[in-house]
Design a binder for this molecule. Structure first.
Ligand SMILES: [Fe+2]
Length: 151
């Protein structure tokens, strides 16, 4: 059984963002599996993957907020930066041989839920408006545009 199941109440209503959040939940579940198996190598790989993914997800969100001229952009960005530095501390602790997996999973879960429900939901309107204005282009082009902004 998964450690954490996605709940539809976490959806903010922007499909690409929701999919990325789901992927983070999936990584947290992988971290839990590694924790249960007590496999340090899988923990290490998952820690690496989750950090990379979270950073790219944050930069994706930031590009959207910036493009949308979201007034709280800088504040939201600083929340992301603090979180990334907090994950970095866990990575250092792990590399020093400390068993941080349980604590990290709990922190990720609490942090992500709060962040999605409060801060991410707050930018939804601005970003959605900006995306709708881009929607005058064809749907297939929108996909390309998403890809372009993500890479
Ligand atoms: Fe965010």
């Amino acid at each position: 059984m998964a450690y954490w199941n996605w709940d539809p109440s976490y959806n903010i209503g922007i499909e690409e963002i929701d999919n990325q959040h789901k992927k983070i939940v999936q990584y947290i579940n992988e971290l839990h599996e590694a924790f249960v198996l007590n496999d340090k190598n899988i923990v290490k790989n998952t820690l690496f993957n989750i950090t990379e993914y979270v950073i790219s997800h944050f930069s994706f969100e930031e590009k959207l907020m910036e493009e949308a001229e979201y007034p709280q952009f800088m504040h939201h960005k600083s929340i992301h930066e603090n979180f990334v530095s907090s994950i970095g501390k866990y990575k250092i602790a792990f590399n020093e041989g400390r068993d941080i997996t349980g604590q990290l999973m709990a922190e990720l879960q609490i942090w992500l839920t709060q962040h999605i429900l409060i801060e991410d939901r707050a930018y939804k309107e601005s970003v959605q408006k900006m995306l709708n204005s881009k929607n005058t282009v064809k749907k297939s082009d929108k996909h390309t545009w998403f890809k372009k902004i993500f890479n």
